[in-house]
Write a protein that binds this ligand. Structure first.
Ligand code: ASP
Ligand code: MG
Length: 420
């Protein structure tokens, strides 16, 4: 069995969905489970809806209208002979979403509310893809991933309950997937009280890996709008080239520091069962792309990974106390509690610095907590994290030239810079 993942860019409009159908038709004789993300930038729009709803401002109806309009437009373009079956499921989902945000919000947990709403992006996209395939005589089974991907209740960052997930996928989903093409959602799951959870932004790759692990799939293919994994982001660095082969470890390192082609959590489950990962272009079926496997050779090209914007935190002790193990324990506890990740970090006797992702709600909150704990907390927004592997000195110098270097750290053949 193969697992395919199609991200937002691959289903961003009607033409793209037709292209996906074309790709799937080439695998008509194989067992395939397809994981699909929300269409285009729909998740961002859903995030706006969450914000408007949570803070009870008046924008919900205009955002809902935009969401409805976006999906309708695609349906109309897909529907060349007005087959009503395309519309029904989508209408039901839109109605469900509208009912949900109709009543004023009285819930306190932003992350919980977020997951209950944002999941609609994936539910809508998969209904549209699945129903469109049916109109093209491609039989398939739409399934709700929330019945199979079981997580804890850490909303927006659900952790997989592997025992339950593996059991239910092996027993309930496998027999279905052996008989029929399956279309399901990335990014979403559910917890033990049946609330929807999400796996973190861009988490659909990870969903594909979880399905593959539990199904003992022969491979996972992530279909992208780029040729494969590159040594730098081609939109930012003109010298970027394709990396044809990568080891699991190298790909984890690249993804962790911001190479946005693969979600960082994706690789671990695949490595555990030696399942190869193909990253291929959905625009060029003949191109080989990148294969991530245990037989690949270690990375020997230079890689430049740029992650921005990031936020730099510089903590120092207020009372000339040293920042010792105890203080660090407190700092890390607060980071974990706020679900914040340190990109890179550095400490001295009296200071501790780290970079983290931008977050509307978390930055101000944790700053307050640090200050309450007796720390000075300086925040610099809009910094960039540049990670260089096997760097060529001249190239690295070019990328850092004229910028303020807030932090620089090197280990082996890797150098990280925090630049402003
Ligand atoms: N739709 C989600 C997001 O945009 C998940 C994904 O695309 O992987 O973050
Ligand atoms: Mg996406």
């Amino acid at each position: 069995m193969k697992v395919f993942k199609f991200g937002g860019a691959s289903v961003k409009d009607a033409a793209s969905i037709k292209n996906v159908a074309g790709i799937l038709s080439q695998f008509a004789n194989e067992q395939v489970l397809v994981v699909v993300s929300a269409m285009g930038k729909m998740t961002n729009l859903m995030e706006n809806l969450v914000h408007a709803y949570f803070y009870n401002n008046n924008n919900t109806s205009s955002i809902l209208a935009e969401i409805r309009q976006f999906h309708y437009q695609i349906l109309q373009e897909l529907d060349d002979s007005s087959k009503m079956q395309l519309y029904n499921d989508v209408d039901n989902l839109l109605l469900e979403l509208e009912c949900m945000v109709e009543n004023p919000n009285n819930l306190e947990d932003y992350d919980f509310v977020y997951d209950q709403i944002v999941c609609f992006g994936e539910l809508l996209s998969t209904r549209i893809v699945s129903n469109y395939l049916v109109t093209q005589q491609t039989r398939n089974q739409w399934i709700d991933a929330r019945n199979f991907i079981i997580t804890d209740n850490c909303y927006r960052d659900g952790k997989i309950d592997w025992a339950k997930t593996e059991h239910i996928i092996a027993n309930r989903l496998r027999p279905v997937a052996e008989k029929s093409l399956v279309i399901t959602q990335g990014f979403i799951g559910r917890d033990s009280v049946n609330a929807t959870t999400t796996l973190g932004r861009e988490g659909s790759d990870y969903s594909a890996a979880v399905f593959a692990y539990c199904l003992n799939a022969e491979s996972v293919t992530i279909w992208k709008d780029v040729a494969g994994v590159m040594n730098a982001d081609p939109r930012k660095f003109p010298f970027a080239t394709l990396i044809p082969e990568l080891t699991y470890n190298d790909s984890i390192e690249l993804a962790y520091y911001g190479a946005s082609v693969i979600h960082p959590k994706t690789i671990q489950p695949l490595r555990a069962k030696n399942i190869p990962l193909f990253v291929r272009s959905f625009m060029d079926m003949d191109a080989a792309g990148t294969v991530v496997s245990n037989t690949a050779k270690s990375l020997d090209v230079a890689c430049y990974i740029h992650k921005a914007p990031q936020v730099l935190f510089e903590l120092s002790s207020r009372d000339f106390n040293f920042i010792v193990e105890d203080t660090l324990r407190g700092i890390f506890a607060m980071l974990a509690e706020n679900k914040m990740r340190c990109g890179i970090m550095q400490n001295s006797a009296i200071s501790f610095s780290f970079v983290t992702d931008v977050s509307e709600t978390r930055i101000a909150k944790i700053k307050g907590q640090f200050e309450n704990a007796g720390l000075n907390c300086k925040i610099t927004e809009g910094v960039e994290l540049l990670t260089v592997y096997n760097g060529v000195l001249a190239q690295t110098e070019k990328l850092t030239a004229g910028k303020q270097i807030y932090m620089q750290q090197s280990t082996g053949n890797t150098v990280h810079f925090v630049l402003g």
